[in-house]
Design a protein around this ligand. Structure first.
Ligand code: GAF
Length: 399
């Protein structure tokens, strides 16, 4: 895969920075890895269900170059205070606090464990545009950026699905979040103006053209300072696993994703705990809702699709309890605005972003009104961006 970059200004600025940090920019290669939005299908991936994400044009850009020794040198334009992080290839499995270098170390470790030969050092300079803790997957974006860069530099020939799975492995085993495959898959397989319907059970997927006619997808960022996303996420993972285990005492299922709403409702006594029933109900209902939403989307029935976005948010609020006042204020205020077909949180929740399907002409007023309501209530502003669906993680060809 290869694409010519439109934003050559960003790349020439980064090339100069690379030269300033690492001496010169001779022989450097260019890579881009996007963020993602999830249209619907939230917290279904690790429950064996469907997700419906798309990669977006904002993401992480990286410049990389092989070295002849074993030193790895990393620099992020987002963390100039940290400066150059340097370590020997032999020490690439050592975690050092919360630094972003852990994602690089995780990918090196995962690739090596899978039998790929990484036998030299390299230099990597990155610049991320995805706001951290925004729920637009800055971490999976970084994992796949490192993945495509190492694949190219070391001529590894890693199949794309394996690269995606190694990104997830990094997140699970190195970073310690029990996340599913949604983010890495969306970022690894994304295409311009296409969403992906992915069955997380079988990993079968379908690329779905995004035809929004005169509607835009507006991303609304709560700008909530980092919450306890990781521990709360792992708690939900454990709760749905426990609910599944209890249902398996009588039902022959491998995942909650196999259940219809009716089959679930008829068997909640097997779970026997109100909180666990709510968590599992979200996973089951959201999965079935995602299949219906995708059909409505393909049929061009955006009104129905929007209603399902609203229902998804309500379920994430009431049953899964991963929204919070910030996301509820944005999504529920958005749902009431003229020209809006639907709105919901996107990603893990507990802060981060929501999305809304808004008639193009209404977008400026929409942003103003929702922004005012939010700031009035929270005491700090939200941010708004109109989403553009762009390509997945890729090497860039630069003239
Ligand atoms: C996060 C995780 F990384 C995904 O795997 C997914 O579970 C999502 O939250 C919720 O749908 O982005």
């Amino acid at each position: 895969m290869s694409m010519v970059v439109e934003n050559s200004k960003v790349l020439s600025g980064m090339t100069e920075k690379f030269a300033a940090v690492f001496g010169d920019s001779e022989g450097v290669e260019y890579f881009f890895s996007p963020g993602r939005i999830n249209l619907i299908g939230e917290h279904t991936d690790y429950n064996g269900g469907y997700v419906f994400p798309a990669s977006i044009t904002i993401g992480t850009t990286g410049l990389a170059r092989l070295r002849q020794d074993n030193q790895i040198k990393l620099y992020s334009e987002n963390f100039p205070d940290i400066g150059v992080i340097e370590f020997d290839l032999a020490h690439s499995s050592v975690k050092d606090g919360d630094s972003w270098a852990n994602y690089v170390k995780g990918m090196i470790t995962a690739l090596k464990a899978a039998g790929y030969q990484i036998d030299k050092g390299f230099e990597l300079l990155i610049k991320g545009e995805i706001p951290t803790a925004s729920g637009l997957s800055s971490s999976a974006s970084l994992e796949l950026l490192v993945g495509v860069a190492l694949d190219d530099l070391f001529k590894l020939g890693v199949p794309r699905l394996e690269l995606v799975q190694l990104g997830q492995k990094t997140e699970n085993e190195f970073i310690g979040v029990n996340s599913g495959i949604l983010d890495q898959f969306a970022i690894g397989f994304g295409e311009v103006k296409k969403a992906i319907l992915l069955d997380c059970n079988t990993l079968q997927y379908e690329m779905v053209p995004v035809e929004l006619r005169d509607y835009d997808i507006v991303i609304m960022n709560t700008n909530k300072p980092r919450a306890l996303t990781e521990s709360k996420y792992n708690e939900r993972f454990a709760e749905t696993r426990e609910a599944l285990k209890r249902m398996q005492t009588k039902l022959a299922i491998q995942s909650l994703g196999e259940l219809s709403n009716e089959a679930f409702d008829a068997n909640t006594d097997l779970i026997g705990d109100d909180t666990l029933i709510k968590r599992a109900r979200h996973a089951v209902y959201e999965n079935n809702r995602t299949k219906i939403a995708k059909a409505a989307f393909v049929a061009g029935n955006l009104t129905k699709f929007g209603e399902l976005l609203n229902a998804s948010h309500a379920s994430l609020k009431n049953d899964y309890e991963v929204t919070g006042i910030e996301l509820d204020t944005l999504a529920e205020t958005a749902q009431k605005q003229p020209g809006v077909l639907g709105a919901r949180m996107t990603g893990a929740g507990f802060g981060g972003c929501a999305i809304a399907l808004v008639a193009h002409d209404n977008v400026p007023t929409f942003e103003k009104v929702v922004g005012e309501v939010y700031e009035e209530k929270m005491g700090y502003p939200a941010s708004f961006y109109v989403a553009q669906i762009g390509s997945g993680a890729t090497k860039l060809s630069v003239d």
